[in-house]
Design a protein around this ligand. Structure first.
Ligand code: PBE
Length: 269
């Protein structure tokens, strides 16, 4: 790519799946001939959203439920069209939808859940003594602990915030008994966790989508077209497998993304 063309800046949040998706986007767009930078693991949802609005980045992977519950918390956005309009008012477009849902969920070690007879989130009401630990962003979000506690009238008082990756070790060591999961985490199967049924339907769908600045359509239309090739191409099981490669087999995200693009789309990067 020449020195005078546009540079597209991709951002990703500070967790594995977001980085893999950011790498996929960066590699695909690079294939269209534009220069691409990937600002990896920039921070949490609010940090990425602000960076996008400021123009520090042009595009990043987000989730529909996160847009509704966190970015536009408190606003009534009954359907997809209403969400698109709210985004457009901020100069942001909801573009390529990847094809999987990565919902927050609540989980415990399978054996312990069995021993205590806990199958659904409302069963937690009978166990006020349980030690809860949630990822830092979950502790602060309306769809996270504050909303979950209210929705289910949960009585636990021993609740702490921690890094999401540490939560799995916390469950292993027994320091924690209940944590939030991301449904595409490879650790759910690896650590034999039980995903509790969300029997009061607290969590909305969190469909993975790339959101980009509206001006990207004029600046780098070919890059956007390249990104569009991912539309509907990543299933939930495929995403779990990619997360497993990165987290359990410790393959660098770049390589995980490149492997996917070559296997699924015949693309060499
Ligand atoms: N999620 C679940 C969160 C993290 C895990 C994908 C909806 C988010 O990034 O908004």
């Amino acid at each position: 790519p020449g020195g005078d063309g546009p540079t597209v800046r991709v951002g990703s949040k500070k967790f594995t799946e977001s980085v893999i998706l950011g790498d996929m986007a960066a590699q695909l767009m690079r294939g269209s001939g534009v220069r691409v930078e990937h600002r990896r693991e920039v921070g949490g949802t609010q940090v990425l959203w602000q960076a996008l609005k400021r123009g520090d980045i042009d595009v990043y992977p987000e989730y529909t439920g996160t847009l509704r519950q966190e970015i536009f918390a408190g606003r009534s956005l009954p359907d997809d069209e209403a969400l698109r309009q709210a985004l457009a008012a901020e100069g942001v477009i909801m573009g390529t939808s990847l094809g999987f849902n990565d919902t927050y969920a609540v989980g415990m070690k399978e054996a312990e859940a069995e021993r205590l007879g806990i199958r659904k989130i409302s069963d937690l009401r009978q166990h006020p003594e349980l030690r809860l630990g949630f990822s830092n962003e979950f502790m602060a979000r309306a769809d996270g602990w504050p909303g979950l506690r209210t929705r289910y009238s949960l009585p636990q008082t021993e609740v702490r915030g921690l890094d999401h990756d540490l939560a799995y070790r916390g469950l292993e060591s027994g320091a924690l008994q209940v944590t939030d999961l991301y449904s595409t985490d490879a650790e759910i199967a690896y650590y034999h966790l039980r995903v509790l049924e969300d029997d009061l339907r607290h969590f909305p769908p969190y469909d993975a989508v790339f959101i980009h600045r509206a001006d990207l359509a004029e600046r780098a239309p070919e890059a956007l077209a390249a990104l569009g090739r991912l539309e509907g191409r990543v299933s939930e099981s495929a995403m779990v497998a990619l997360n497993a490669e990165a987290k359990l087999e410790r393959v660098p995200e770049r390589q995980v993304a490149a492997g996917f693009l070559s296997r699924e789309m015949g693309l060499t990067v």
